[in-house]
Design a protein around this ligand. Sequence first.
Ligand code: PGA
Length: 248
Amino acid sequence: MTRRKLVAGNWKMNSGPGSDDLRAIDEVANRATVDVALCPPATMIQQVHAIAPNVWIGGQDCHAAKSGAFTGWLSAEMVRNAGAAMVIVGHSERRAFAGETDGDVRGKAEAALRAGLLPIICVGESEQQRASGNHVATVLAQIDASLPAASDERVIVAYEPVWAIGTGRTATPDQAQQAHAFIRDQLTKLFSPEVSAKVRIQYGGSVKPNNAAELMSQADIDGALVGGASLDPRAFSDIVHAARAVHG
Ligand code: PGA
């Protein structure tokens, strides 16, 4: 089963590349045989969508509720109406700095699906959890509790070991493949072999042009969620080219 690779850039709270660079990324996306996405700050979704129509746009978060007295938040529907096709939920920075629980993440993922957005659901262990040998249990518990009960192939999982995010320390291709394989086994148990075979599992954590091809050539690694390198248009384009080169 060939899953189409997805390279998504997460700009976090940064303005990202300028218009000319975005147009160049759009050209690369237009020619690519893989899916390319950018997740700018929510206030820039419309603008980036207009400049780069061949790039899928993602939000970085959404609220679980449809509307209401939630000052400062955005509903999944609002994110979609701005031009997004997907939304990141449960990024480790939100889990750490905004105290989001697996239950919160599941609620957001369900809201995304209801609004017609593909949720990119992030999971990943801390350095200490890996050092103590608890990474498998940690990640499986996150999968069990963060994914909607009725998940199907619209769901995207991002395995992002916290110790690899923004640190320049990437998981080795073997470490990443092992994690992706046990996540896929769990998807088979929770949902079905058919759903598990179709769900894309991205790797995230210091993905750069020099490690992207080797990571994405692993059997269960279906793309990359790219933070820092997505702010550099050349580096991001090179990661897209790497995905295209290894696409089965
Ligand atoms: P990084 O971030 O590529 O800068 O490590 C990844 C992420 O946070 O998704």
